[in-house]
Design a protein. Structure first.
Length: 148
């Protein structure tokens, strides 16, 4: 077993029990932490896709998950406050912009059409360019003699 380290078994019964409890707590905390992170990612995905209604519906679940993580001391309470403030600010900004996925899709298609039209005009007007002339070699300057 070269290169692998194994945890030492506790000698005292109390230490063994604490190790078992620690593993159980770690598993439960991991579930809570993962749930919080996945809800935040889902919320941010909705915001990025400009889906205001879905983001608004999931906001309470996200805030609840963040509060639960702070209550269990998985994250600091000020970190939790920062996360909640940031996501609420994003939702407010999205609601004020008034953009919906339908309007965004129409704008995106219009931009793509404009780019296609520009590319067509450039193809027809661009003539093959002449090759550049090679650069002349630099003249060597004589080195100054060192003073002795």
């Amino acid at each position: 077993m070269a290169g692998q380290t194994q945890a030492k078994k506790p000698v005292v019964r109390k230490a063994a029990k604490q190790a078992r409890q620690s593993l159980k707590r770690q598993a439960l905390n991991q579930v809570t932490r993962n749930e919080m992170k996945s809800l935040i990612k889902l919320f941010l995905n909705y915001v990025q896709n400009k889906e205001v209604e879905k983001a608004g519906k999931i906001l309470s679940k996200v805030v609840s998950a963040i509060d639960m993580s702070a209550k269990k001391n998985l994250i600091h309470k000020k970190n939790a406050a920062h996360k909640k403030s940031r996501i609420q600010k994003l939702l407010t900004k999205l609601q004020k912009s008034g953009e919906t996925p339908a309007t965004l899709a129409a704008e995106k298609e219009a931009r793509a059409e404009k780019i296609r039209a520009k590319a067509k005009t450039e193809k027809s007007t661009n003539a093959p360019r002449a090759a550049k002339a090679p650069k002349a070699p630099k003249a060597k300057t004589p080195k100054k003699e060192a003073k002795k």
